[in-house]
Design a protein around this ligand. Structure first.
Ligand SMILES: [Zn+2]
Length: 181
């Protein structure tokens, strides 16, 4: 889940869900997945929908989130002709998305794609979700340093980001072709 800070009363938007399908985002998401999740053998069917108004939680606004579609949901959808199994739904806040620049948009989509997980069960692909690599507070690291191996590994992996310059690849983000209408 990708979140940014925003002052808001929690739960104030519970009844504001209204949804918009967006095919061009799906093509971008698929392209990013193929390029960056080469650690996985198969390609899931990801559909992308826009939520008219962002959800808030603990004072933060959720820009995007990814959810797995259950067997039960796919069975229900299978009553309609031509329905293919859907593995994931990527939800994006339509009221936040246009305000992000191209690099931020690509990073948000990349973040959500990193949650995708795949295991094999009896020769069948099982799609799942994986958690963030670390969950931590800056104040704890400031006081105690890299006190656990997962935190150390995370910091080593992100060493290239310390100058805060966009990586060369990101200077030509896929997302610049998105029609934000
Ligand atoms: Zn996340």
């Amino acid at each position: 889940m990708e979140q940014i800070e925003k002052n808001s009363k929690e739960g104030e938007n519970k009844d504001r869900a209204s949804w918009i399908a967006h095919d061009s985002i799906k093509r971008l998401v698929d392209a990013l997945y193929v390029e960056h999740r080469t650690d996985l053998d198969d390609i899931p069917n990801i559909i992308c929908i826009f939520r008219a108004k962002a959800l808030f939680s603990a004072g933060k606004v959720t820009i995007a989130s990814i959810k797995k579609v259950s067997e039960k949901e796919n069975l229900i959808h299978s009553y309609y002709d031509g329905h293919e199994d859907i593995d994931y739904v990527l939800e994006i806040a339509a009221d936040i998305w246009p305000g992000l620049n191209a690099i931020q948009k690509e990073a948000v989509l990349m973040h959500e794609l990193q949650h995708i997980d795949q295991t094999m069960k009896n020769d069948d692909i099982k799609w799942g979700l994986r958690k963030h690599q670390i969950e931590e507070f800056a104040s704890v690291l400031n006081r105690y340093g890299l006190y656990m191996s997962d935190i150390k590994e995370f910091v080593v992996e992100t060493k290239g980001a310390e100058d805060l310059r966009p990586r060369p690849r990101v200077e030509r983000p896929h997302v610049k072709v998105v029609n934000e209408a």
